[in-house]
Design a binder for this molecule. Sequence first.
Ligand SMILES: [Fe+2]
Length: 127
Amino acid sequence: MEEKVLFPAALRANNGEPLPLAAKLRLDHGAITSLMVVPPTDDVIKVLRTVLDQHDELEEAPGGMYDVCEQLTSGETQELLEVLKSTGEVPVHHFNTADYAIAAAKRALARAGFDFDSIISEDSENS
Ligand SMILES: [Fe+2]
C-alpha cells in the first residue's frame, strides 16, 4: 500500500521530485518481502525485527516519511483512503524452503544495507 498508493501520491504531489527516503524504504520493502518468502525461523524473525525497527523509525518518527507524505497529500486524504480500502488482498504462498530463497533474501537485505549473518550473530541483549 505504501509502494502502490501512498508514496506514488506523495511523489506526484512533490511534482515528481523523488522523496529523500523513498529509495531506502523501497530497498527495505524488498528485503522485508524476501523475508516473508522463507520459513520463519528464529534467525529470520530476529533479522526481520531488526529491519522493521529501523524501517519503522524512518517512516514513523517525527519528520519521517509518513509526516512528509501527510503534508504533501493533505488535500487528498479522503481519496487516498478510498483507494487504500479498495486495494485487494495480497496473494499468499507457501514458504519457499529452497536454498536460493534464503540466498535471495540475504542479497535483498544487503541491498538495503543489512547483513543477515551479522544480525543473527549479534547478542540479543544488545539488539
Ligand atoms: Fe514501509
